[in-house]
Design a protein. Sequence first.
Lengths: 277, 123
Amino acid sequence: MNELWFVIIIFTCSLAGGLLGALGGLGGGVVIVPVLTIFFHVDIHYAIGASLVSVIATSSGAAAAYVREGFSNIRVGMFLEVATTTGALLGAWLTTVAPTQVIAVIFGAVLLYSAYGALKTQHEVITEHPDPLAMKLKLKGTFPAGDGEEKSYVAQRVPAGFGIMWLAGLLSGLLGLGAGAVKVIAMDQAMKLPFKVSTTTSNFMIGVTAAASAGLYLRAGYLAPGLVMPVMLGVLTGSLIGSRLLVRAHVGTLKVVFALLVIAMGVEMIVKGVTGI
Amino acid sequence: MSWNDKRLETWVGTMLRTGVLLAAAVVLAGGVMYVVRSGGERADYTHFTAEPAPYATLHGAATGIATLEPRSIIMFGLLLLIATPVLRVALCVMGFALERDRLYVGVSSLVLAILLYSVFFHR
């Protein structure tokens, strides 16, 4: 396989990953790392480098569309980014010392959890209870409820949300992912923020969190230009197409199929990690 | 329209999209040159070599641009991409300052400081 074919094949796989990721609600990075490591035998450091860059691209590329919908909360995002970026600094540093096998096993576990999170039905509990800390930090807002009215909400359990976000940042830095599934637990489950507010705000945060790891990845030599190029362009193109299709397509079945694919890859990563790569 | 959160978010969204499209265009241009000049031999990614190649540093990418080295051009595109969220946070510092929200000028400045530390010093 020469360079041109390698680039074309990686681009195509990344495009498919970005497309499925956008439709399945899990983001592109989740499939890129396993595909690169399992099928192309790429070292996990190069794979997470390529994935992290793609995560920044898809997050930034989708932001303009999310802003128009009017759900994202810039203050909630900024406040929690203090947690995710500090977590990411530690996570990125851990990639330089943790054995490859350990990273593979943790990666597999996060894949399994993400698939579970995507399949589970969401129960939304929105509250206007004026939590004192949230009021002080202005972690509140309104969102369009659908019938032309604005519904208001106030964040709850701020310290728990902040702690889980720190963990999400750590996983993002360690695995080169957006760690969207963990961010969603912090926001909808711990902080009781509305579902759409959580997902759109999380998208905003993913790029900033990933940028906090990118500096170390860059200096440690994880960003191999010839590999990152087709991955980033493929995932970005795929996710932009995917988010357009998402408006029209019925994604119920696709979501299940994608989750099963992610589960299979999660198991494979764990097996690979345990038996040695 | 007065300065408010909605306007700040719209600005930020547009800035992010512009940044990512610009970065993608640079990466694509570098990528085309890279494939054309590669001569068919494929790079090996199966083993990680901890020694960073010269183009993987800020200085290396900058000097490589001058000589139109394809991998340096790709790297330059990636640097633009990484700079986009950092610039977004800087924009928020300004936006919150215009809203006279001292608390969030502080919070976003802290995030900006963490990012700048990461880009320039963290190892």
